[in-house]
Design a protein around this ligand. Structure first.
Ligand code: NFE
Ligand code: MG
Length: 569
């Protein structure tokens, strides 16, 4: 029996340890540990509900803005506020552009190097890479042999400098890296281009939100923005033109670079990785992007659940069926740690019991700062795969067409979606769908403004005197990493209780009282390990979920700040 621990995991947000048990070069058990405690849920009680979003969105600066939207929605639900159509559209624009930005960064900067060997790219032929680019990334201008020669030199200089920075510490030369040198160089060139692209694209948030991360234009009841075509500032005609330019160029990169690159990678690695990394097989999406004011029925990405990897049946989502247990988490519950508690009655009472590394007793003790969320007591995966699988099964239409086109191009079947590679593909397809949809939402905003509808906030319930003395609310949204919910209880017109159940808490959950593994833990079973001291295969599956530990546990212990520990016992 062997154990390998990776602590900390890199190319994720936050602090995480993963321990896997393996024999004969195959993982047969896994334990996922959130090693950082924060306390957003404890900061909010006692505050004015109108300011909760400002604090809540500081849960994370990676999935910036999503906690703001969940928070204002929770208050609007509690107070019975309907927001004007323009506020709905501006929120979709902020959210959709957040997804596109975050997904591109995830693919190139947090995940690609699990598949792309930087040192192999140095032996690529620039002319052959140029030919590959012209075939793969049709219509993308940076495709000359001279360009790829320059990129290769740049990477060589970087590695030779002795300070390889971004490219340091990889498992280069590992046998699981099998892409030809030209594919490696192509993807690395786009890694560097994506750094430039993302800086430009996120100006959408600067225009609509004042800044990024953490846009500042939210308000309970709508958005704190001025919409006026002729005004000297705010969302005027010039801003609309600039938004259209940013969204159009952003979409161009997604269509011509991101999606074909993910297709290239999927077609190459599918033999192994379209059958590995299967999660729990239950998938949950709250759905999001309302396209009119009728509620979930109008969501661009629908609400629903899939169980047992069945793409022919979508089940409803009832938030009352969600509950969290802390049986194996570093918290305590008044009624006992094995209780399944609905978030509206949730508790955040830290109870750190160790173990300290080397975690000899992890099979029987509490081992994570993440709680364990469950739906009707079962483990669910959330995220791009859940959203696309639900949309594919529920609605067909544009989503089904985009999924089928990608799968056919890469030689994959719909059931392959549930794998590590399917998760990566789902994220890219979702990026493409949203990049196109953003322009449609922008057009709706422009049309409303042209017709004289400039309302963007409903201030009817701004005054606390208009509120009921007590109220409960639920704010649901989809964040890039999956279903995000905020539950609030108001008492005496202040926040009495506040709970967040976050995408990474679902996916990275530890075991529950019944011993059921969380989604990552489950997905890692049967992962091959060619070299257990260099577990790149484990990273492939883990990174396919795009972990964010800051979100998940919503005080970093500097005494436990080891850089990298890989232990084989
Ligand atoms: Ni901090 Fe987050 C997203 C949220 S994941 S990244 O997407 O909510 O738990
Ligand atoms: Mg929570």
């Amino acid at each position: 029996m062997n154990r390998t621990a990776i602590d900390p995991i890199t190319r994720i947000e936050g602090h995480m340890r993963l321990e896997v048990e393996h024999t004969d070069n195959m993982v047969h058990d896994a334990w996922s540990t959130g090693t950082m405690f924060r306390g957003i849920e404890l900061i909010l009680p006692g505050r004015d509900p109108r300011e909760a979003w400002v604090i809540a969105q500081r849960a994370c600066g990676v999935c910036t803005h999503v906690h703001a939207i969940a928070s204002v929605r929770a208050m609007e639900d509690a107070l019975g506020i309907t927001i004007p159509p323009n506020a709905r559209i501006v929120r979709n624009l902020l959210s959709g552009s957040q997804f596109v930005h975050d997904h591109v960064i995830h693919f190139y900067h947090l995940h690609a190097l699990d598949w792309v060997d930087v040192t192999s790219a140095l032996s690529a032929d620039p002319a052959a890479t140029a030919q590959l680019c012209a075939r793969t990334n049709i219509g993308w201008p940076n495709n000359s042999a001279a360009y790829f020669g320059e990129v290769r030199t740049r990477i060589q200089r970087f590695l030779d400098s002795g300070q390889p920075g971004l490219f340091g510490g990889g498992y280069w030369g590992h046998p699981a890296y099998t892409l030809p040198p030209e594919s490696n160089l192509l993807l690395l060139a786009h890694y560097l281009e994506a750094l430039e692209w993302q800086r430009e694209f996120i100006r959408v948030h600067a225009i609509l939100g004042g800044k990024n991360p953490h846009p500042q234009t939210y308000a309970v009841g709508g958005m704190a923005l001025t919409l006026a075509p002729d005004a000297p500032s705010g969302i005027n005609t010039a801003a609309l033109i600039q938004l259209e330019r940013l969204l159009t160029t952003g979409k161009d990169f997604v269509d011509k670079v991101l999606v074909p690159d993910v297709g290239l990678l999927a077609a190459h690695y599918k033999t192994t990785w379209a059958v590995l990394g299967m999660g729990p097989g239950n998938l949950l999406s709250y759905g999001d992007f309302p396209e009119d004011d009728t509620g979930p029925g109008s969501f661009f990405l629908p609400r629903g659940r899939i169980t047992g990897r069945r793409l022919d049946t979508v089940l409803p989502v009832d938030q009352a069926a969600i509950a969290e247990t802390v049986a194996r988490s570093w918290y305590t519950y008044t009624e006992g740690d094995a209780t399944l508690k609905h978030p509206s009655a949730g508790e955040t009472r830290p109870n750190y019991t160790g173990p300290q590394p080397p975690y000899e007793s992890i099979t029987s003790v509490k081992y994570s700062w993440l709680k364990a969320p469950r739906y009707q007591g079962e483990v669910y995966e959330v995220g791009p795969l859940a959203r696309l699988a639900v949309a594919y099964a529920a609605s067909g239409g544009a989503v089904r067409e985009a999924v089928d086109r990608f799968l056919t191009g890469a030689g994959l079947r719909p059931t392959d979606l549930f794998s590590t590679l399917g998760r990566v593909a789902a994220r890219a397809i979702e990026t493409q769908l949203l990049a196109a949809r953003l322009l449609i939402w922008l057009r709706s905003l422009r049309e409303n403004m042209a017709q004289g509808d400039l309302r963007v906030a409903n201030n009817g319930k701004w005054d606390p005197a208009t509120w009921p003395p007590t109220a409960d609310g639920w704010g649901a949204t989809e964040a890039p990493r999956g279903a995000l919910g905020h539950w609030v209880r108001l008492s005496d017109r202040t926040i009495a209780a506040y709970q967040l159940v976050v995408p990474t808490t679902w996916n990275g959950s530890p075991r529950d009282a019944e011993g059921k593994r969380g989604a990552w833990e489950e997905a890692l079973i049967a992962t091959p390990l060619a070299d257990p001291e260099r577990p790149v295969e484990v990273l492939r599956t883990l990174h396919s979920f795009d972990p964010c530990m800051a979100c998940a546990v919503h005080v970093h212990d500097p005494s436990n700040g080891a850089s990298v520990t890989v232990r084989v016992g």
